[in-house]
Design a protein around this ligand. Structure first.
Ligand code: FES
Length: 102
């Protein structure tokens, strides 16, 4: 099920925003070359919100214990984060970012 999450320009290049739908939090990323990605909104370690973290070099750094994930694949990059993030398909239509949350 595709849902409209935000406008393309709501996310700065090399940054992240949070988005909530139906009680579920998501994180939406824009890479430096304007590709969009979406992951679960909470860290798999202790559920910190990732949209408050730091984006750099294709990774999101959790603000609580500085665990890192690859935001394109969801892959946990090492302790303290050991469980990968769920990722969601993204498409852009008419300047709107859609997530497939099926
Ligand atoms: S809550 Fe994210 S690294 Fe601990």
């Amino acid at each position: 099920m595709w849902i409209a999450a935000c406008k393309e320009d709501d996310v700065e290049p090399d940054d992240v925003i949070g988005f909530a739908h139906d009680g579920v939090d998501y994180a939406i990323f824009r890479s430096p070359d304007d590709e969009y990605y979406a992951t679960a909104g909470h860290c798999t370690h202790e559920r910190e919100l990732l949209c408050d973290g730091l984006v750099m070099d294709g990774e999101i750094e959790c603000p609580r214990h500085l665990g890192r994930f690859n935001y394109a694949t969801g892959r946990a990059q090492g302790a303290p984060v050991l469980v990968d993030l769920r990722t969601y398909p993204v498409k852009i239509e008419d300047g709107i970012v859609y997530l497939d949350v099926s």
